[in-house]
Design a protein around this ligand. Sequence first.
Ligand SMILES: [Cu+2]
Length: 332
Amino acid sequence: MRFASTRLRWWFSFVFALSVLVVGSQTFGVAPASAKTHEVKMTAVETELVVDGGGMKYKAWTFNGQFPGPVVRVTEGDTVQFTLENPKTNVFPHAMDFHAAEIDFLKNYRAINAADETISYTFVAKKPGVFFYHCGAPPMIQHVARGMFGAIIVDPKNEKAWPKADREYVLVQSELFKNPDDVQAMFDRKFDHIIFNGGIFKYHPFVTGGHALEAKPGERVRIYFVNAGPNEFSAFHPIGEIWDNVYESGNPANKLSGVQTYVVGPGSAATFDVVVESAGAYPLVTHSLTGALRGAIAVLVATPDAKPAPLMPQTPWKVEIPQTEITPTPAP
Ligand SMILES: [Cu+2]
């Protein structure tokens, strides 16, 4: 009961903070042509989340109660004013490391205690792309394995730097260790599952509770792909298709064409464009098959009826906290 009320209180304060952010950015936002400043606040939340359609619970450590954390989206040249809070309802120290930032690690990425401590820092997102963010509190391998990570998209300032996407998704790959306290298993790479967006076969339509990612035939589908690790490499491949373009770290300047499989190491990211030629099913997998067959299959279904979808679609098993995207997409 205490847990429920704490959580409720946290949730209301989060919704309030978010509405202030959203309203603030709409009311006081500067002209679209110039760089913006985004206030991004996150709260470390140690909580229990469901990670498969059978209701399996996992003692996750999260940003904002989400596994992965919220997608942060800014434009190249924008400033991010970031604050992390570690409420006293938690037990462990936590921290935040943004791979999109170029700032002093010692000063900014230090861990803060579960005593309502906060840490704030500011960075300019100078390079476009898709970047990993994660908790760096020791042991970092455990904080990453338990879910303290997410994606930040830095859209290129020049929209014409690459083709316009018709549809966009974010996929974050990670390893799931059944016993979240077994740090030795993490060092020994004894993972039980490889998952996308915090769920085992979350986007596999043949699995209970799973729901495919959708697109219309002929659409350019852009996948912002992050590999959280903590240890395994991803060999990202679209079964039945070929990546039209792959952009290393999501930077339009790093363009590859006609790629079957592209390796994304732990702590790295890339942006994948696929134009689905015809209606059908196209499983997106890590072709490291021990990972695919233990959870890392996301089926992209091309159908003329495909509806608009959020960047990180949620499935029926994830109902307690709706997904949020912390920073609104900048106006064109
Ligand atoms: Cu942490």
